[in-house]
Unconditional design. Structure first.
Length: 355
């Protein structure tokens, strides 16, 4: 399962033009100006709709145009205001605007019914009625409608992620995800085998939580090396991060810090998240020999440290149970907060009002 990602173009409607015209009545051959204003162009909104499950429909339709406003008419008639265009997207859609090769996050739609303005329709132009003055009684001036905004927009739908595995290339992220879930990402001992986030559902017997393998980081990902780091925005959604280290490394502490520096460079909050350090490939080393080194070099970081083998499935149950209990604890706290937020307190009704 991959993350959905589509690019669309939105063009709001132009404002209608104002009109320059003059009253012509039977006994009033030189009546004053009566040109009406143009109507407003349609705005374009995104609308989060829980009935929509994916961004699949956008694969066929890329251009979204709202109608233009109607032109002003005689007799001060206002042009028609065009209808706004609502584009429905699934919950969990993140919206980016493309500006000069940059992708700027515009909004994050996560509540049913949430609306965000993508492009504003142009205002209607003024008709010549607005330009009459005591010295200029017959103005032939009118205003054109304003142009509607246009934007290139990227929509990304992030699926719910509970645990995100982050690690250097070849640390065994795909092997771990395959061992824990039915996901089958390619496993190979060359670099950057996994190029997009991969999801898998992990069942601990009570809860089924979604784990994600994030494509590999390397020292300098934040500077664009390797696969870069743009996929880390997905990691931001996971309440718990698993830093996967390779037990064969001679500098576990350095590896951990380099990983954390990379995610900190992407987003400081990400580096503060609840996390576990998992040291993989313990089957390939003499554990007794490195136990003390591991304890000493990682202890003061203050994160739980678990030694595992993804290949031989050693102590994966410990990793699962630790990670899941952290996720459930965070979710429990969050839902407590949300309940507090939405408490509905109706005002007391004065029953005498109904008499
Ligand atoms: N001995 C041993 N080898 C492992 C273990 N886990 C993974 N490997 C090996 O390490 C190599 C890389 O494994 P992957 O799972 O593809 O690593 P990855 O982190 O997903 O790599 P990228 O997707 O390229 O970033 C493969 O040859 C695996 O067989 C383990 O627990 N023990
Ligand atoms: Mg991989």
């Amino acid at each position: 399962m991959f993350v959905d990602n589509v690019e669309i173009q939105v063009k709001a409607g132009h404002g209608g033009s104002g009109l320059a015209s003059f009253r012509r009545e039977k006994f009033l051959p030189f009546g004053g100006p009566d040109g009406g204003d143009g109507g407003k162009g349609g705005d374009i909104y995104l609308y989060a709709d829980s009935d929509i499950e994916s961004l699949a429909s956008f694969k066929h339709k890329r251009l979204f145009k709202a109608d233009n406003g109607g032109d002003g008419g005689k007799n001060r008639k206002h042009g028609i205001n065009a209808e706004d265009l609502m584009i429905r997207v699934p919950l969990g859609t993140t919206v980016f605007v493309k500006e000069k090769d940059q992708e700027l996050v515009m909004s994050d739609l996560h509540k049913d019914g949430q609306k965000v303005l993508l492009a504003r329709g142009g205002k209607g132009g003024k008709g010549n009625v607005h330009y009459a003055t005591p010295t200029r009684k017959a103005p032939k001036i009118f205003q054109q409608g304003e142009e509607g905004q246009q934007h290139d927009i990227i929509l990304r739908m992030s699926l719910v992620v509970d645990v995100c595995i982050i690690g250097f290339t070849n640390s065994g992220k795909s092997t771990l995800l395959s061992a824990l879930s039915s996901a089958r990402p390619e496993i190979a001992d060359y670099q950057f085998t996994t190029r997009v986030p991969v999801l898998g559902v992990v069942d601990d017997g009570v809860n089924k939580l979604t784990w994600m393998e994030s494509p590999a980081l390397i020292r300098g990902s934040s500077l664009g090396k390797g696969l870069g780091n743009s996929f880390l925005y997905q990691a931001g959604r996971a309440p718990v991060i698993v830093y996967l280290l390779d037990a064969g490394s001679t500098d576990l502490r350095g590896d951990f810090e380099a990983l954390r520096d990379e995610i900190r460079a992407f987003d400081g909050n990400l580096a503060q998240k609840a996390a576990i350090i998992a040291i993989n490939k313990m089957d390939s080393i003499d554990i007794e020999a490195i136990k003390d080194y591991v304890k000493k070099s990682l202890a003061d970081i203050g994160l739980p440290c678990i030694m595992i083998s993804a290949l031989d499935k050693i102590d994966l149950d410990i990793l699962i149970s630790r990670a899941h209990s952290m996720v459930m604890e965070i979710k429990r706290k969050k839902s407590g907060e949300q309940v507090a937020e939405v408490i509905f307190r109706p005002k007391p009704v004065d029953i005498r009002e109904n008499k």
